[in-house]
Design a protein around this ligand. Structure first.
Ligand code: ADP
Ligand code: MG
Length: 272
């Protein structure tokens, strides 16, 4: 790259970062605005279910063994099921929204956290973002979380950043491979596992994407190292992730990869 085009690339990168920062400060406000109508959805859902229960009670003795009455009972049961779905999904949207809030302006403090919940939300956030950006992107996400994992003391928004970075990379890698794949059947798959090992919680995110060359492996955690075109990569994700895991959380972040087969990032976090 000559000097002029290097400068141009740098300017483009800066403008993208400026946009991201602006988006970050906007998102806290947006989250707040969305949370309000969601509360209506959730609360009116709850109230409506209660009302239907009261209706059932009120009808109780008057219901006869006729077709018309049994139709009414069926309709009430269906309504209850439908409204529960609305309420459940309102609550789910609200959880996602709140994790974005934590991400964009949470305090930098350690807190006992359910790691599987946090990883689950951010993994799907990354997946849906990739879907939104590329209509032809798809992948199977497999989640394997050990039961009864203890809470872990982490800085939630920092660990969400790591999960998001690694998931974004995984989505990119399986998409890149699926574009390169000829007609051979290829099923893009990302497997997320969390389990306890002695006094650590181990999170691994594995994709069957492009894999990483030996050269890229040696550069992986170097700030600004990227193999992606401008606008698609900053080369900062993994170096930031490593410092979050190793410097701030005293854990480890390791990678294992075979080109055109798989890439697996393994994060080990001490429980106490
Ligand atoms: N899951 C993966 N599969 C293949 N290559 C990867 C994967 N994760 C990271 N990489 C390689 O590591 C480089 C650095 O990653 P990262 O620090 O997240 O920066 P960026 O994603 O902005 O390029 C990527 O450009 C890519 O070459
Ligand atoms: Mg990245």
């Amino acid at each position: 790259m000559n000097k002029a085009s290097k400068l141009e690339a740098l300017e483009k990168q800066l403008s993208i970062q400026e946009k991201m920062a602006a988006l970050g400060s906007l998102s806290a406000g947006i989250v707040h605005e969305i949370q309000n109508p969601l509360n209506f959805v959730i609360n009116f859902g709850k109230i409506s279910i209660k009302l239907l229960e009261e209706l059932e009670e009120a009808l109780g003795d008057t219901v006869k063994d006729t077709d018309a009455d049994s139709d009414i009972c069926d309709i009430i049961a269906d309504l209850k099921a439908n409204i529960s779905k609305i309420e459940e999904n309102g609550a789910r949207a609200s959880r996602i929204i709140r994790s974005i809030l934590v991400y964009s302006r949470g305090r930098d403090e350690f807190a006992p956290t359910k790691l599987p919940e946090l990883v689950h939300e951010f993994a799907w956030l990354s997946f849906h973002a990739a879907r939104a950006n590329n209509k032809s992107f798809n992948a199977s996400i497999i989640e394997k979380y050990e039961d009864d994992l203890p809470l872990i003391n982490i800085i939630p928004q920092e660990i969400s950043r790591v999960a998001l970075n690694i998931m974004n990379n995984a989505c990119y890698a399986v998409f890149a491979r699926s574009k390169a794949a000829s007609d051979a059947p290829y099923q893009p798959t990302i497997t997320i596992e969390i389990q306890r090992q002695d006094n650590n919680i181990v999170l691994s995110i594995e994709d069957n994407g492009t894999g990483i060359s030996d050269f890229a492996k040696s550069m992986l955690f170097t700030p600004f190292f990227t193999t992606k075109p401008i606008g698609e990569g900053t080369g900062l994700g993994l170096s930031i992730s490593k410092s979050i895991i190793e410097d701030k959380h005293k854990g480890t972040l390791a990678v294992d990869s075979v080109q055109n087969q798989y890439t697996r990032f393994t994060i080990t976090l001490p429980i106490s």
